[in-house]
Ligand binder design. Structure first.
Ligand code: UDP
Length: 253
């Protein structure tokens, strides 16, 4: 691994040059950060779970015709993806009030929204990823109007897919964040879902009990993050049901 060229190291992932031009290897680290990296820890096994969960969501999205950058999972911690130009926005879709929106608007967490609400934040850690409007995006040229139409449509399609997949295993999709990339096929650019989709970037609550199965477990010190992510993977059939002899989650290929 050390022989490969590192392109970028973020909070939860490292990007390496891929084996062919136009490809990148995404390595999922065990590092967890919150509150713009003010809270940090290493959570053994988180990277393995997120790599597998992300593969499951990306393949599922492709299966229903939503384009993504995902090519294939390479091993426990790495996946091969198409390299793309990341649009500098975090695209957030919310079905229930939570987190920053609940705080901003003085809403109780868990309040159902009248319809999915899409928000945009500028990807800029130094500024703490501030909320921006489509006016800012257009005026500063971060994305064109056509891009914004495509981004909205992709975000809502991801929401429909993820909400359905989660509902089927007794989990409510409260909100999530995606990033969008631009890929050039010949001369023609097209937008795809990029980065990752995992419990690090979603809010997932058990429908029956309200138990949080996402990164809020780490942000708010609610217990074991790997237990929560393993529960999501187990319900989706990605790891076996716990047995008396297995103490650590083992991934099913
Ligand atoms: N989110 C994320 N990365 C970020 C900010 C938010 O993945 O840098 C996700 C977060 O996990 C949640 C959704 O986007 O599922 C909405 O987050 P929110 O704006 O409520 O921010 P937070 O309360 O997490 O600061």
């Amino acid at each position: 691994m050390s022989r490969r060229k590192k392109i970028y190291e973020g909070k939860a992932k490292i990007l390496y040059e891929g084996p062919e031009p136009g490809t990148i290897v995404q390595y999922f680290k065990d590092d967890a950060t919150a509150f713009n990296a003010q809270k940090k820890d290493v959570i053994e096994g988180k990277g393995v779970l997120n790599n597998r969960l992300c593969e499951y969501f990306m393949l599922g999205l492709q299966g229903v015709g939503v384009p993504t950058h995902f090519i294939r999972r390479l091993n426990m911690r790495e996946q091969l993806v198409r390299s793309c130009e990341i649009i500098p926005l975090e695209v957030i879709v919310r079905n229930y009030a939570a987190g920053s929106m609940a705080k901003r608007l003085g809403m109780e967490e868990g309040t159902q929204l009248p319809r999915p609400i899409v928000e945009y934040c500028l990807k800029d850690d130094k500024l703490g990823d501030p909320l921006v409007t489509e006016e800012h995006i257009a005026a500063f040229g971060w994305a064109s109007q056509q891009d914004m139409d495509d981004i909205l449509s992709l975000a809502l399609r991801v929401n429909d897919f993820m909400a359905g997949v989660m509902y089927a295993v007794g989990i409510r999709l409260i909100d999530f964040k995606i990033e969008i990339g631009r890929i050039y096929d010949g001369e023609y650019p097209r937008l795809v879902v990029a980065d990752e989709i995992s419990p690090d970037s979603c809010r997932l609550w058990d429908i029956e009990t309200g138990r949080k199965l996402d990164k809020d477990v780490f942000r708010r010190d609610l217990g074991s993050l790997t237990d929560a992510y393993s529960e999501v993977a187990r319900r989706l059939g990605l790891i076996p049901k716990p047995s008396a002899t297995i103490t650590k989650p083992t991934l099913i290929n």
